[in-house]
Design a protein around this ligand. Structure first.
Ligand code: NG1
Length: 413
């Protein structure tokens, strides 16, 4: 905290008015389910982005410098589609657009520091959006309430290009220390799930970055479209109408769905689906910050198989935590990873090897966490095995490995 306050003062010549402390998050289970309206079970961790801010005199200009993101951003309020000079500037622009109505046309200076590594699957991008929104509102004397923060951070993140489902933003704002946060989207609900004694968590880097701006974002959006296609085709078969865009969550409970999934095409393009009449093309390809190529064939059958089975594992994992059945919980993490690897297709050989090494060193279970395609893996570990798992992970992954604890959500100081 002191370091960030000093860095702010060194850069802008005065102390910050507020500092928003936004944690990273690690998803325990429920991966690639949120944008289908299906549940997730993340924790916030004790690594944070610290977003220091104060109003400035430069009319309507928001200046953001950072330890972990480069180069500094400068966004003029009220200008739509201003050019961006680096991928992370999109998050800044997205957030500034979300505080358009706050405190007239005043500007602000911002410095972002902290110990949450970027591009890692620990949700630094959502921590940035949430932290910036909270810091700007508070610096301008009009703090946003927590529900509004989540809703606007989701819109800001979507404007930056990834069609996020909303898990990260809710986890970062609403997490409680010592608890996981079960989040439902359909209908919206949240509940804290106590982490039982005897359960520690290790996260470990796979040595492969998963940058939000590049191929990983494209792969993510492709799967968002694939999930919509699966929902539309299944609903068409069952004979129900879905909302727009179509989401698997609306039909996940229907008996025959698990059977019908196996009859879905392996890959199909949005335009082919629209010709069958199962859904309008717009419903399938519309993304907030881009249009998806409607001729591109995307994976459907195995992807839906993963999403529906993962949703059931979230229920089972919550029950296992509540019952203190750590062995069962570990097995569910393993099953989640296998499903992400074999069906969803977002693991990498490095993540597979890392999970294997952690299991061998005594973890109860291990899986990739976050969007995948690189980034971090998570292991559930008996406390007495933490050292051994950390050592094995460092050797296998090469990147940092550390223990994390379920921590509190956003704070504004
Ligand atoms: P990451 O990339 O780990 O922050 C992304 C999405 C989540 C969720 C997970 C996969 C964003 C900001 N977040 O998380 O909403 O869909 O992938 O479970 O895009």
């Amino acid at each position: 905290m002191e370091q960030v306050r000093l860095a702010f003062a060194a850069r802008y010549g005065r102390p910050p008015a507020v500092v928003a402390v936004a944690p990273g998050r690690v998803n325990l289970i429920g991966e690639h389910t949120d944008y289908s309206g299906l549940p997730v079970l993340p924790i916030a961790i004790e690594r944070h982005l610290l977003v220091a801010s104060a109003p400035n005199d430069a009319e309507a200009v928001v200046r953001v410098a950072s330890e972990q993101f480069d180069p500094p951003a400068e966004v003029v309020r009220g200008i739509a589609n201003a050019p961006v000079h680096a991928p992370w500037h999109r998050y800044v622009s997205g957030v500034v657009a979300q505080v358009e109505g706050v405190s007239g046309g005043v500007g602000a200076d911002v410095f972002v520091g902290g110990d949450l590594p970027p591009a890692s699957g620990l949700s630094s991008s959502a921590a940035l959006s949430v932290g910036l929104l909270a810091a700007l509102g508070a610096a301008w004397g009009e703090p946003l309430d927590r529900e509004t923060l989540v809703a606007r951070a989701i819109v800001a993140d979507r404007a930056s290009g990834a069609e996020t489902g909303g898990m990260d933003q809710a986890a970062i704002v609403f997490a409680q220390a010592g608890h996981a946060l079960r989040i439902d989207f359909e209908p919206p609900a949240r509940r804290a799930v106590a982490i039982p004694p005897g359960l520690a968590f290790v996260v470990a880097n796979s040595g492969v970055e998963a940058p939000k701006g590049g191929a990983a974002r494209d792969a993510y959006n492709e799967r968002v479209v694939g999930a919509r296609i699966a929902a539309a085709m299944l609903a068409d078969q069952i004979g129900v109408d879905l909302t727009n865009p179509p989401r698997l969550g609306e039909i996940a409970g229907v008996d025959v769905v698990d059977i019908l999934v196996e009859e879905l095409p392996e890959r199909i393009s949005p335009v082919e689906v629209s010709r069958t009449g199962a859904a309008g093309l717009e419903q399938l390809v519309q993304l907030t910050a881009a249009r998806f190529d409607h001729m591109r064939k995307v994976p459907v059958r195995k992807l839906a198989r993963h999403i529906l089975s993962e949703s059931v594992r979230v229920d089972e994992a919550e029950a296992a935590l509540t019952a203190g059945d750590l062995v069962r919980f570990g097995k569910l993490l393993d099953a989640s990873h296998e499903s992400l690897r074999a069906d969803f297709g977002c693991s990498t050989p490095e993540l597979d090897a890392l999970c294997k090494a952690m299991r061998r060193a005594g973890a109860l279970g291990a899986r990739l966490t976050g969007a995948g395609f690189g980034g971090y893996a998570l292991a559930a570990v008996p406390p007495e095995q933490v050292e051994a798992v950390l050592a094995a992970a460092t050797e296998a992954g090469g990147g940092p490995a550390f223990e994390v604890h379920a921590s509190a959500g956003l704070e504004v100081v």
